[in-house]
Design a protein around this ligand. Structure first.
Ligand code: C2O
Ligand code: CU
Length: 595
């Protein structure tokens, strides 16, 4: 399959140009370079350091050095992002209402070494209509910089249209992550990108082929979808995605278009590997709603990290990723039945887990000298057996490489997830009976600085004060799966099941799995615990964009009196002033929870 651009260049003279409308071609050029044959590789670490040639962390043994205590490198990696609307056609279907960073989708890759500072200047040029925005750096702890967490109404006011805001925080952890808008469901409009922090490597590999982003893709404007999912007459199961992309690519079958929207040929993402070498793939589910099963036909994949935690490697053929989750995977490619063109796949599957009209995303893997335009004919592994749970891999398999014993919790709470229809007919998710609703003009952290600790009910805030470690038992009394994500921390994931937790049994207490996102089963139970070592207010929420819009979100506050007020940048107040000014002269159409 040729890309739209290639198609125009080579075949315009002989075929009708209707197969490749020029606006589709133009929009398609905005898709980023990862997943093209010219993409290049990522390095093992960035070499422009004060110590030329060497790693900033020296020669350490990752088994004995705590990955949560970064070196201080003295280096700042600077990025300049301008956010604007633009048309997109990653799959050939022209979507007029995408949201882009520096004219690209997905956004630019942020790279840093462990211990570096990352500084990102974000300018909001979203117009017609204009919207606020804020970027969140998923999985990074913001230790000592809670106000740069990027959650409007919690850590900052939204960045007003026309205004800029500079985030500055340490890459205190290493591995594969991503950043995304945390303002309404803007991320589903395209406002996200990969974030890679280089650190010591606990398993050897030859080449790092960089981010492999797996995303459901919606042809409708995110705003419209949010309105639909929140209306009472829509079911939670409505609004399936239109396509499933790998690194922003996957041809759409334009014969499915019935309303005359321009649609044309689009390329598959492509990767070239050499047999005999070992590659690292950084898998990221950056979608809005869909759980993804990733595989490469005939290949064995070794999982070496889940989220930002390196683990004892284990082999699998299918990697399961719910929204927000990442896995670093190594593989040593081999020909399949003698053929060197192979399908890479990402699949949504299962009665409760699939939310897609076209659930099977594909990309092309070429080995050695296989010609650039070969279309694979390989067969997929069977889809995982659907037991209705949408479960992650068994917790026992995820053994952190750097060992940490589970501390005794100093308090335990239970959270029940449910759905309601409110008085105005909106469908909402509740946590302990309450749907979250943001107040953009009054960030919670700002009130906490002023020692004001009492908030409206719909801010869903739990103040754990000076507890040392909090255990959270979650019961899902709804039929959807919920990838639960915590900010500012990793969580120990202690239990995951269909049955009610017995109140004591936890997985591997001498070294339980740690990660920042874990899938809660439909009608299932999950138990997690985290240590209160990061004063601030940390969101804990479902990462399905629509569920988040519907209020499935709580704030976990810890040690608020210890938040160092002396270092709060004056930009926080300026950002609120600009937002208050904007919102007093414009109608801010907050159609959802706001986050
Ligand atoms: Cu990836 Cu609260 O976010
Ligand atoms: Cu959810």
């Amino acid at each position: 399959m040729k890309g739209c651009a290639a198609f125009v260049a080579s075949a315009l003279a002989t075929l009708t140009s209707a197969a490749c409308p020029p606006r589709v071609q133009e929009a398609q050029n905005r898709t980023f370079h990862w997943g093209t044959l010219g993409a290049g590789k990522l390095p093992k670490f960035l070499r422009n350091n004060p110590l030329p040639g060497g790693t900033p962390w020296g020669n350490i043994n990752p088994k004995t050095v705590n990955p949560r205590i970064p070196p201080t490198t003295g280096v700042t990696r600077k990025y300049d992002f301008t956010i604007s609307r633009g048309s997109l056609a990653p799959d050939g279907y022209l979507k007029e209402s995408g949201i882009l960073i520096n004219g690209q989708f997905p956004g630019p890759t942020i790279e840093a070494n462990w211990g570096d500072m990352i500084e990102v200047k974000v300018t909001n040029q979203i117009t017609a209509p204009d919207e606020g925005t804020a970027l969140h750096w998923h999985g990074l702890f913001q230790n000592g910089s809670a106000w740069y967490d990027g959650v409007p109404s919690v850590s900052q006011c939204p960045i007003a249209p026309g205004a800029s805001f500079t985030y500055k925080f340490q890459a205190g952890v290493f591995g594969t992550s991503w950043y995304h808008s945390h303002y309404s469901a803007q991320a589903a409009g395209g406002l996200f990108g990969p974030l890679v922090v280089y650190g010591p490597s606990h398993v050897d590999y030859d080449e790092d082929i960089g981010p492999v982003m797996l995303t459901d893709w919606f042809h409708k404007d995110y705003f419209q979808i949010v309105k639909n999912v929140m209306s009472n007459n829509s079911t939670l199961w409505a609004n399936p995605s239109d396509n499933t992309l790998i690194n922003g690519r996957m041809p759409y079958n334009c014969s499915q278009v019935t309303d005359g929207t321009p649609c044309g040929d689009a390329p598959y993402a492509k990767f070239r590997f050499q047999t005999g070498k070992t590659y690292k793939l950084r898998l990221i589910n950056a979608g809005a709603a869909g759980m993804e099963y990733f595989s490469i036909d005939g290949q064995t994949l070794q999982i070496v990290a889940n989220d930002l935690t390196d683990i004892e490697p284990y082999n699998t053929t299918v990697v399961t990723l719910s929204v927000g989750q990442r896995s670093d995977v190594l593989f040593t490619p081999k020909a399949v039945n003698g053929t060197k063109a192979i399908w890479m796949r990402t699949l949504q599957s299962g009665k409760f887990c699939q939310r897609a009209s076209n659930p099977a995303g594909r990309a092309i893997v070429l080995l050695d000298g296989a010609s650039d335009n070969t279309i694979p004919k390989t067969t997929a592994y069977p889809a995982p057996v659907d037991d209705g749970t949408c479960k992650n891999d068994p917790l026992e398999l995820s053994v952190p490489f750097y060992e940490e014993e589970l501390p005794a919790p100093s308090t335990t709470i239970q959270i029940t997830v449910n759905t309601i229809v409110n008085a105005t007919g909106h469908q909402l998710y509740t946590m302990n009976g309450s749907p979250f609703m943001a107040n953009y003009n009054n960030p919670l952290l700002g009130l906490a600085y002023q020692k004001n600790y009492s908030y409206p009910t719909q801010w869903n805030t739990y103040n754990f004060g000076s507890n040392s470690s909090v255990r959270v038992v979650i019961w899902n009394n709804s039929s959807g799966p919920h990838p639960m994500h915590i900010h500012g921390h990793d969580m120990y994931v202690l239990y995951d099941g269909n049955d009610k937790w017995d109140g004591s049994t936890v997985v591997n207490p001498s070294n339980p799995p740690r990660r920042d996102t874990h899938n809660l089963r439909p009608h299932g139970w999950m138990v997690m615990q985290y240590n209160l070592d990061n004063p601030g207010v940390w969101p804990f929420h479902c990462h399905i964009a629509w569920h988040l819009s519907m209020g499935m979100y709580v704030n976990l506050m810890e040690n608020p009196a210890d938040i160092d007020q002396s270092v709060i940048p004056s930009m926080m107040a300026q950002t609120c002033d600009a937002w208050n000014q904007y919102s007093s002269t414009h109608v801010v159409e907050q159609i959802d929870s706001g986050v």
